[in-house]
Design a binder for this molecule. Sequence first.
Ligand code: ATP
Length: 142
Amino acid sequence: MSTIQLQIVSPDKVVYEADIAMLIVRSTGGELGILPKHAPLVTGLVPHAMRVKMPEGDEQLIAVAGGFMEVTPEKISVLASAAEQPIDIDINRAKQAYARAKDRIEKFHQGPPASEDIDFARAELALHRAIARLQATKTEVE
Ligand code: ATP
């Protein structure tokens, strides 16, 4: 079976490296499936749980907080602001981050001052990072 190299790097380490069959990611332009020999591509990534399909047929999940992905026919390079394999995810911390972000968002919905748009966007991103971590660990959200 043909494979493509995947490397996921965060600011402090190589989080994941393997030869894989397919990667399914959520880019700023929507969901993408990357197979071996994919056309060259550079795109932004939004917070989500990436799906890595292994040559043996099983699937692994990796939480990505956001970043960029570069694809060449032989290699996928992900430069993430943060990324974790499920085993490294602190589920309670992600649940707390989720609850904090939800609280903030609810307060904005009760009547946000116009100048606080940036904080609203920050809360939404934090919410999606927490959801990505909960999904990667197959933890039910709420
Ligand atoms: P928190 O509010 O809990 O800090 P966050 O979404 O603001 O979450 P990030 O800014 O995405 O956190 O990440 C900061 C660092 O903390 C990164 O190194 C990331 O891998 C790590 N990290 C964040 N949340 C978790 C978690 N639930 N489990 C393990 N590592 C985490």
